[in-house]
Design a protein around this ligand. Sequence first.
Ligand code: CA
Length: 229
Amino acid sequence: MSVRRLLVIEDEPSVLVGVSDRLRSEGYAVDVAEDGEKGLEKALARRYDLIVLDVMLPGMDGFDVVRELRRRDVAAPVLMLTARTQVVDKVVALKLGADDYLTKPFDAMELVARVEALLRRAGGAASDGRDVARFGDVEADFRRARVTRAGEEVHLSAMELRLLRYLTAHPGEVLSRDRLLDEVWGYDSTSYSRTVDQHVASLRAKLEPVASHPRHIVTVHGMGYRFEG
Ligand code: CA
């Protein structure tokens, strides 16, 4: 397999050097950028397997960068580094299309584990489930990372796409939040249950005829979710 190429966007020199050195020592090819504008430019210029993105950047911040990346169809998984601990930042990060976040200060081992999990999910997604799912007026082509609704393209984050793929691969089954966290996110912690709910809410808003009365991604009270084709 070819070497995975990562982009690290971070303005603090010590963090930038620490993170990129550690990732290089794990065998990744690493490019760096010291601010949001340069980072965005690099991310648009070539394909990266994963982007590590700091929230607090001078000028264009991490939220602006991830929003712009998704708007321009860059599907690479994004791991955001948040310095602040407010839940709102994490929610905003995930809403804007980040796939995971890490709160500073973090352990280098934790960073590597998150990076590996995101890469595994991005790569592994191609091998589980069907390549194409259809329900209602939605068509999801997972191999091309392209989802349309009534023929109009709908933009999903890499994580939303993974979750949708897992749901559509298990129609009619009751899927607990823990199972979804394990299988889709790759780590198990009850404190992240809200992450599942946030992504389900976002999928419903994008794909359900009436998001408040979901027909396809159904809540099973006290248990989790069920996909109905
Ligand atoms: Ca920073």
